[in-house]
Design a binder for this molecule. Structure first.
Ligand SMILES: O=C(O)CCC(=O)C(=O)O
Ligand SMILES: [Fe+2]
Length: 343
């Protein structure tokens, strides 16, 4: 019998030597990947000070007047960096758009970086609102670096869940495309339509997403076993980890990249910070031989770059920018399902 909600998993054994506790961690994560594609981890090494600092910077950013935020719009310039206005996305296409605003931050690459010169996948310099002083840049850079390390660690464990060498993903983790998305969800109006969404149902299209959420609540994931939405309850300090579409390609759909959404009925502002880890643009994602069936692999090999560009093009109708993958799901079949990630 599957658990109703994604499990909360103690990540501490990852940092120690091989042990029964570490084997148990691998087992718990394997089960979560098969049942939900979602789990929460506690006892990782990201400090609560750094988590508080990123949420604090995010609040300060979204508190800025709209004209200032718009002056850092992600639509200005060649790179998918900066401010995305309220209701800019509309995953389910049933309302005026999702009730959230966001801000994209990647690794701050200078214009003469080889990847930037080759115009690969929208990577480039970040936008740092001068109204927030140097602290915004310092905190977001430190957080981005810390989460890049955590992502590599989670991928080591994921490799072990598939009985693969724990360094299986190390080439994938070199010079990765990895993007932070600061998100602010205003409270929905008490008389809002039942179709109002903070973010409509979608899947993420990278490898893994590592999400920090404040204590407000509102994130839900689809439980395939009992065909219903279940809450992903906020746990102080924890990270919600979810698998993106790339993981389904690697594992031939053995692992789920699951539907999720946010509905903010709390009456309060909600802040969250997803970190989308999509890996090295030149890396080729191909089904692991051990995951092939008699029919072979469902998905042909594809490079990270090609995959990402395709997904962004689906969403924004051009080769750079946002979001997009269709996947059928019975409960919301009328919904224009898409996927979400960072470039
Ligand atoms: O804010 C959240 O809890 C989820 C955000 C999300 O799913 C996304 O940005 O892809
Ligand atoms: Fe998402």
């Amino acid at each position: 019998m599957a658990a109703k909600e994604p499990p909360v998993i103690d990540f501490a054994p990852f940092y120690g030597p091989n042990s029964p506790a570490k084997e148990n961690l691998v087992k718990e994560i394997r089960q979560a990947c098969e049942e939900f594609g979602f789990f929460q981890i506690i006892n990782h090494t990201i400090s609560s000070d750094l988590q508080d600092a990123i949420l604090h910077q995010s609040q300060k950013l979204f508190d800025l007047p709209i004209e200032i935020k718009e002056s850092y719009s992600k639509d200005i310039g060649d790179f998918n960096r900066g401010y995305e206005r309220l209701r800019a996305q509309n995953f389910e296409k049933r309302t005026a758009g999702d009730l959230k605003e966001g801000f994209y931050i990647g690794k701050n690459l200078p214009l003469d970086d080889p990847y930037v010169v080759a115009r690969k996948f929208g990577q480039g310099p970040n936008k740092y609102p001068e109204e927030l002083g140097t602290e915004f840049q310092c905190v977001t850079e430190e957080y981005h670096a810390a989460l890049t390390t955590l992502a590599a660690g989670i991928l080591q464990i994921l490799a072990r869940t598939l009985n693969l060498d724990e360094n299986t993903f190390s080439d994938f983790c070199e010079h990765p495309v990895a993007v932070l998305r600061l998100l602010h969800y205003p409270p929905q109006a008490p008389d809002a339509s039942s179709l109002e969404r903070g973010i409509g149902a979608h899947t993420d299209f990278g490898a893994i997403t590592i999400l920090l959420q404040d204590s407000t609540g509102g994130l839900q994931v689809w439980n395939n076993t009992i065909s219903t939405w279940v809450d992903v309850h906020p746990i102080p300090g924890a990270y919600v980890v979810n698998l993106g579409n790339m993981m389904m390609r690697w594992t031939n759909d053995r692992y789920l990249s699951n539907l999720h959404r946010v509905i903010n009925k709390s009456g309060k502002d909600r802040f969250s910070v997803p970190f989308f880890f999509s890996g090295n643009p030149d890396y080729t994602i191909r089904c692991f031989p051990s995951c092939e069936t008699e029919q072979g692999a469902k998905y042909p090999p594809i490079t990270v770059g090609e995959w990402m560009m395709g997904r962004y093009a689906d969403t924004y109708g051009k080769g750079e920018g946002g979001i997009g993958e269709l996947r059928k799901e019975p409960h919301v079949s009328a919904v224009n399902l898409k996927s979400c990630g960072g470039l």
